[in-house]
Design a protein around this ligand. Structure first.
Ligand code: NAP
Length: 341
């Protein structure tokens, strides 16, 4: 029996990792598409990558909607969710209704904090894996994926409320096993820097990624469309970005109850390496803003602020960005919908 993997959200990140998993002889990788359905059903995906070259990936099944995936009667071993996490627009855990079986593991490859909760609530007892990637990829036209750089993906079982010393129940132990297998599959597909973490350590990685996303993404929009490099070479914006990162990295250990690992890059290291990268890359939130799309504000800004508040902690710099961007998005959408009338 092959390992059946279903990708929900076969855009830049989902299709890139799917294309690597599909190379493993023991796997069968299918996708549920949305706007790219016609292109992918006709010609599959074309991927270009500085590491892997140019290649194509034809999914075992290309489904036009979840209903077709249900009708295929496949027992999914892994359902990988890599939609943009937009809980203020839709609860994407709903897409998985009718697809999750007894032995299915749900793997979320998404930015932000709190993305796992809708899945653990809807599917109690189901294994949920939480993944953070630093890969940079884009779908510039339907089915055509450009992998720009980096492949690293960090994955941990999502076991809310546990610490390193908790004795795990059966679901917890199954989650650890599925996590190890999923990392192994990615490595076999050429993602040699796929990393296996515990629940606890993965949440630290998520917070560390928030330090990067919650600083660069909103600031690129609010500074009127700056690239990452343009922001770090501006002295005032450098201080602003560093202030944001420091705020997140000072809050994270208080929320998690433990210091962050010493091997994670410091704000100055991140900012200085961005100074050297003059590729003109823009954060995804800016691309979404420029494309008139909804931004991942809730999981990148709103949830960290709310999680910190539950512990009596405030993040005033993050809060300012959140309040301003939320209203900017609301005002833009109001203008858009009134111009349609
Ligand atoms: N791209 C990167 O470099 C990068 C790097 C690190 C992390 N991330 C994170 O990875 C996640 C995915 O980002 P991405 O850049 O891959 O986004 P993306 O290119 O927009 O891909 C998301 C895909 O999900 C599809 N989708 C959304 N709702 C769906 C539904 N109900 N049914 C079926 N398909 C649905 C979208 O279809 P439509 O086209 O129809 O909307 C799109 O194809 C985000 O959390 C992002 O922050 C991205």
């Amino acid at each position: 029996m092959p390992i059946n993997i279903l990708i929900v959200g076969a855009g830049a990140v989902g299709a890139f990792y799917a294309s690597r998993l599909a190379l493993i002889p023991s796997s069968s990788v299918s996708v549920i598409c949305r706007s790219n359905y016609a292109a992918v059903a006709k010609s599959g995906f074309k991927i270009t990558s500085p590491k892997f070259g140019t290649y194509s990936f034809t999914p075992t099944h290309t489904f036009a909607s979840p209903a077709f995936a249900i009708a295929s009667n496949t027992r999914w071993d892994y359902i990988v969710v890599s939609t943009k996490a937009l809980p203020d627009l839709s609860d994407d855990s709903e897409i998985l209704e009718g697809l999750v079986g007894q032995d299915t593991a749900i793997a979320l490859i998404q930015n932000g904090l709190g993305v796992e909760e809708p899945y653990t609530k809807r599917f109690p007892g189901t294994v949920v894996l939480s993944a953070v990637t630093i890969a940079s990829a884009a779908q510039n036209e339907p089915g055509v994926i450009t992998h720009n750089r980096w492949t690293r993906i960090s994955i941990g079982p999502y076991l809310s409320g546990t610490t390193e010393s908790t004795t795990l129940d059966m679901t917890g132990r199954r989650a650890v096993e599925s996590n190890a297998e999923f990392v192994r599959l990615l490595k076999e597909g050429g993602i040699t820097d796929a990393e296996e973490y515990s629940h606890y350590k993965l949440q630290m990685v998520r917070w560390h990624k928030i330090a990067i996303n919650a600083s660069f993404n909103p600031s690129a929009v609010l500074s009127g469309g700056s690239t990452n490099n343009a922001m770090v070479i501006d002295p005032e914006l450098y201080l602003h970005l560093k202030g944001l990162m420091d705020e997140v990295l000072a809050t994270a250990p208080k929320v998690l109850g433990t210091p962050l690992p010493k091997n994670l890059a410091t704000p100055d290291q991140i900012l200085n390496s961005t100074k050297k990268n003059n590729s003109g890359s823009k954060p995804s939130m800016l691309l979404d803003w420029e494309g008139g799309k909804h931004m991942e504000l809730e999981v990148i800004l709103g949830n960290p602020i709310r999680i910190a508040r539950e512990k009596g902690l405030e993040m005033p710099r993050l809060q300012s960005l959140y309040a301003l961007l939320k209203m900017a998005q609301h005002n833009r959408d109001k203008v858009k919908s009134s111009s349609k009338l």
